[in-house]
Design a protein around this ligand. Structure first.
Ligand code: NAD
Length: 309
């Protein structure tokens, strides 16, 4: 599998390392409008491959070099500075995605390619990329709330003293400040969260749940305050998504793709079945009345931001 990564800053580099460590790619092409940075990243990553998988890693100086790539990951564009929201990046990254997508589309097999969007504000960028690429929505996939869902599971794992691997929990809606924690769908070892708490004699009152929601939504802000940007978590999310696609796992992941058409089109994260053809089924989880209202609000925010473009 030949994979291209467009944008090799903090996130693109972490994604490249994570992709390399999956062992699923035989070739990784790195492209950045800063060619010197792309060449340096390819060189450094190439050295790392001597200690892991034998993968060809090259820097492309031209989009023609991504020919033959079945998966193109877009991690280019402005990132949040301390205090900035993802939405603050909107206009800058509209320009970036509008520059990249036509060039990518001119050089890939449009019948097979899958585009993975990482650039923020994630859901709006997915909508823009899908519109510009004219690909089926199923093959323009944003990492969405995969990372937010992982953050929720990790916080719950620490709170409950249970491995993240035994916890099923989803964050839905926008990958941003209006994301929605779907408490109704939290299961621990197949047991509904409330029942698990009763059995384990753990108290998880509404106030604690609100604090958890706040921590999930603010995780990126905290990391940006501490290290300037976030990159490792999203690297892991992209690698996980690649596993699901390349191995045709048909795994349920909270990715963002466009649903609906025209004025009703909206990209946001819901649990979706992911396999080698991209997103092959959209699922609807049980929502409480307030979760349902919050999800509608989140969808409206995404659509409003898309309409600002
Ligand atoms: P960065 O500034 O470190 O790197 C961005 C890179 O993009 C730079 O190397 C730059 O030269 C390149 N670039 C910009 N415009 C380009 C273009 N038109 N063509 C090719 N390359 C271009 O930023 P970062 O920290 O790596 O963040 C990248 C993006 O990822 C941001 O939008 C950030 O908000 C987003 N992000 C998303 C998630 C998520 O969960 N989806 C997590 C973290 C970061």
């Amino acid at each position: 599998m030949k994979i291209a990564i467009i944008g090799v800053g903090s996130v693109g580099s972490a994604v490249a390392t994570a992709v390399q460590n999956t062992g699923l790619a035989h070739e990784i092409i790195l492209f950045d409008r800063d060619g010197i940075r792309a060449r340096a990243a390819a060189e450094d990553l190439g050295h790392a491959s001597a200690f892991s998988y034998d993968i060809k890693i090259t820097a492309a100086s031209n989009y023609r070099e991504i020919r033959g790539c079945e998966i193109v990951i877009i991690a280019a564009g402005a990132n949040q500075k301390p205090g900035e929201t993802r939405t603050d990046l909107l206009q800058k990254n509209v320009a970036v995605i509008s520059d990249i997508i036509p060039r990518v589309m001119a050089n890939v097999d449009t019948k097979r390619v899958k585009i993975i969007i990482v650039t923020n504000p994630l859901d709006v960028m997915v909508m823009l990329a899908q519109k510009l690429s004219k690909l089926p929505a199923s093959r323009v996939i944003g990492t969405g709330t995969m990372l937010d869902s992982a953050r929720l599971k990790i916080i719950l794992s620490r709170q409950l003293g249970i491995s993240t691997r035994s916890i099923s929990a989803y964050v839905l809606g926008e990958h941003g400040d209006s994301s929605v924690v779907n408490w109704e769908s939290v299961y621990v070892g197949g047991i509904k969260l409330d029942d698990f708490c009763k059995q384990a004699k753990i108290s998880l009152p509404q106030t604690t749940r609100k604090t958890i929601e706040h921590r999930v939504r603010n995780a990126a802000y905290e990391i940006i305050r501490g290290r300037g940007a976030t990159w490792d978590g999203i690297g892991g999310a992209v690698a996980d998504l690649l596993h699901a696609i390349i191995n045709d796992e048909k795994r349920i992941l909270t990715v963002s793709t466009v649903d609906g058409v025209g004025k009703n089109a909206i990209a946001m994260s819901l649990p979706r079945v992911v396999g080698e053809m991209g997103v092959i089924m959209n699922l609807h989880t049980k929502l409480s009345a307030s979760e349902s209202a919050d999800l509608r609000k989140s969808a409206k925010i995404i659509r409003k931001n898309f309409d600002l473009i």
